[in-house]
Every structure is written in C-alpha cells, then in structure tokens.
Design a protein around this ligand. Structure first.
Ligand SMILES: [Zn+2]
Length: 288
C-alpha cells in the first residue's frame, strides 16, 4: 500500500517508517503508535482511512466514499475503542467482541481496521484476550493500537505488533521517583507523599512519565492482589508492598486517580495544583 501523507502533520521519521512498512508486499497486520494521545490518535485515524480507501493508487485519496466516511467517523469497517477518552473502554467482553468482529467480512472496504486507542488502559486479562487474534489475524484486518508507552503492554502483545514511535511527548519518567511515591502513599502522615512528589511539577514531561510508571505499579499491585503476576512495571517489590497493604478497591481507585491526573496534565492543567490534588486523591483512595 502506497501511503500518501499529503498535508498530514506528523513526525517525519514516523511518516517515513510507516511508508516503508506499508509499502512492502506483506503489510503489517498490527501496529502500535507510541507517543502523546493527540498525536497517536490522529495518526491512527489517518492509517485507518488509508486502510479503507478505495483508490487504486496512493492512499488515502481523500475523496472516495471510503475516505469521506472514515473522516466523518461513520465507516462501518472501522471500529474503535477509545481508552484515552474512557479508561474503562476495554473490558474483556469488548475485546472478545472485537475478536468476533474481526472474522466478519468487511462491508464495503477492502479490509477492516480496529482502532484501540490508549491501550495502556487495557488490563492484563484484556490484553491476553487480544493476543489470541493478534497471533492468528484474519486476512485484511489491521489493528492499530496507540499507547503512551509500549512498555505498558505485555511482552507477548508487544512482540506481535510493529511499534512506531509517533513523538509528541512519549514520557521518560523516573522509576526511582515512582517507587518512592508508591511507597509514600501508605505512610502514616501525608508529608512523605508530598515530599516524594515535590519538584515534579516543574517538568511536565517528567511528571507525565512518572504518572505513567505509577499506573503500571498500581496495575501490578492489583494483579498480585488477584493472584496474578507483576508484569507491566518490572517493579515487583513496590507492587507487592502495595498489594499487601491495600484492598483491590483502593488500588483500583488509585489507578483511576493516576489516569485522571495523566489526562488532565495532557490537557494542560496547572501542574502544581494537579500535583497537590493528585497526592490527596491518592491518600483518599488508599483510605489514609
Ligand atoms: Zn479514498
């Protein structure tokens, strides 16, 4: 497939690598666009449009009925779950419905595209459900995942998708800091947490990265609490300490608070106010 970016605004490197990947005889059947929510979502929609475009030459042509419907968000062969808009967009039965839909022939396009935006919000169970279809994808189906960081996905899922860094603030983070914050959540007083968080608000990118890492630690704590394994963060000790000290409900609320803060930060909320609200939100979630 010959991709035509035209005036589409995106990182030049990612445009080049996508053109190369989709220009080959065997096009990818699953891609992960890694980076900021806005950048990756725009790119995901662009790719989906190209996938359903009816033009013979370069795609998307922008004018065929496939392109028009894709842009209007009404194409029957593009299905989307948006975990950036709603972190609970990926219950396991929704993923199973995606799996079933992938085996149904397209209505009018040459193939079907499934957009799974904000895949960092997908639980381990849902990721495992998705893995089944990624291992044996039906012909003509393209899965387009987006995530703040590829590290939020299970290694088994990661190995089945082609990762494209889309730019736009893929956060770096600071694991040491994230662990310190995680352990301060359950401290007797609130000063420890404020102290662990202090200074982060000066660097929004770093703060976004640390929030993402905290989310992975909280998810792992939840997994451990349910008898699973800590897989996402690679910070088993921090996750085990939390999993041992807190209830499932608390851990779930902490993950929600973290995702809420991460999204507010992306929407340009005041970082200092956000940090203070996040700390008190975490303490409340932990019942402290
Ligand atoms: Zn077209």
């Amino acid at each position: 497939m010959n991709l035509r970016f035209g005036g589409f605004q995106a990182n030049e490197n990612v445009k080049r690598s996508l053109s190369l990947a989709f220009g080959q005889e065997r096009v990818p059947h699953a891609v992960l666009l890694e980076g900021g929510a806005a950048e990756t979502a725009a790119l995901a929609r662009f790719l989906a449009q190209a996938w359903v475009c009816l033009a013979e030459g370069a795609k998307p042509c922008g004018t065929c009925s496939g392109c028009v419907k894709a842009r209007a968000g009404s194409h029957p062969d593009i299905l989307m779950l948006d975990g950036d808009a709603d972190p609970r967009a990926f219950p396991v039965d929704a993923v199973r419905r995606v799996r079933a839909a992938a085996w149904v022939r397209p209505n009018e396009a040459p193939g079907k595209a499934f957009l799974l935006l904000g895949a960092q919000n997908m639980s381990e169970i849902s990721q495992n459900a998705l893995l089944k279809i990624l291992e044996e994808p039906p012909a003509g189906v393209l899965f387009i995942l987006t995530a703040a960081s590829a590290s939020a996905l299970l290694p088994t899922v990661r190995s089945r998708v082609q990762v494209f860094p889309a730019g736009g603030g893929a956060p770096s983070g600071d694991w040491e800091r994230a662990e310190k914050i995680a352990s301060a959540v359950t401290a007797p007083g609130e000063a420890d947490l404020m102290f662990a968080f202090a200074g982060l608000e000066k660097d929004r990118r770093q703060m976004g990265g640390v929030l993402q890492q905290l989310l992975l630690i909280f998810r792992d704590a939840l997994a451990l609490r349910s008898g699973g394994k800590a897989l996402l963060s690679g910070r088993g000790d921090a996750a085990a300490a939390l999993g041992g000290a807190l209830t499932r409900r608390s851990l779930m609320r902490m993950a929600q608070e973290t995702e809420k803060a991460r999204r507010a930060l992306e929407r340009n909320a005041n970082a200092a106010l956000l940090g203070a609200a996040f700390c008190s939100g975490l303490r409340a979630a932990a019942g402290r």
